[in-house]
Design a protein around this ligand. Structure first.
Ligand code: G3D
Ligand code: MG
Length: 199
């Protein structure tokens, strides 16, 4: 049972992206609340907690994840800034059926790095709603996300990590588990490197 198990690390992560890209759905899918398919605008912020074991080169690390799901609407910006504090990483999401949500990604990254109190921190770029690719004409192709992740990695490489791109569906669950695992691995490496620098 997890209750008796020691937690090695507390990890706060934030889900970022324009309104309606699927942040709340992704969080709920990961927590196991399933996909409700009902749109409920997040007011301010909400979070879920889940404990997972992450494999590393050494011992597995038990992480207590606190996943914050922030309101995407610009008018809540003041509320959002407080919630970035202490975030060790993020999943920055867009909707593959919505080009605007892809174009807004740099704003989200800037907001994260400006307000988390740690500067350049790891994140995963996620193109969500891939289940709609065969229903909606002219969706963003995987290459869009991939090549943008390559560009972003040029910025983050000096800080010791690259930005992965994942294609997700909060509806089918595709790559949802993987996104949180991958992010956990990046955060563990990032925190270990920061601790070594302090020694
Ligand atoms: P947000 O928290 O980023 O604002 P939500 O987004 O999780 O509230 O999702 C917004 C809408 O997109 C919801 O639809 C939700 O069901 C839908 N959605 C989220 N993720 C996916 C996905 O992966 N695939 C599909 N097909 N839909 C998704 P409604 O219709 O309720 O507005
Ligand atoms: Mg929401």
């Amino acid at each position: 049972m997890y209750e008796k198990e020691q937690v090695d690390m507390l990890v706060k992560v934030v889900l970022l992206g324009d309104g309606a890209v699927g942040k709340t759905s992704l969080r709920k899918r990961w927590i196991g609340e399933g996909f409700t398919g009902q749109y409920l605008m997040t007011i301010g912020a909400d979070f879920s907690v889940k404990i997972i074991k992450i494999k590393t080169n050494k011992n597995p690390i038990t992480c207590k994840y606190q996943v914050w799901d922030l309101a995407g609407q610009v008018r809540f910006q003041v509320v959002r800034e407080g919630y970035y504090k202490g975030a060790l990483g993020a999943i920055v999401m867009y909707d593959v059926t919505n080009t605007d949500s892809f174009q807004d990604i740099p704003n989200w990254i800037n907001e994260l790095w400006k307000n988390n109190g740690r500067g350049v921190t790891p994140f995963i770029l996620a193109g969500n709603k891939i289940d709609l690719r065969n229903q909606v004409p002219r969706t963003l192709r995987p290459e869009h996300g991939q090549s943008y992740a390559v560009q972003l990695s040029e910025v983050t490489r000096p800080y010791g990590f690259e930005i992965p791109y994942l294609e997700t569906s909060a509806k089918t669950g595709e790559n949802v588990e993987r996104a949180f695992e991958l992010l956990g691995k990046m955060i563990i490496k990032y925190v270990e490197a920061a601790e070594q620098q302090q020694q």
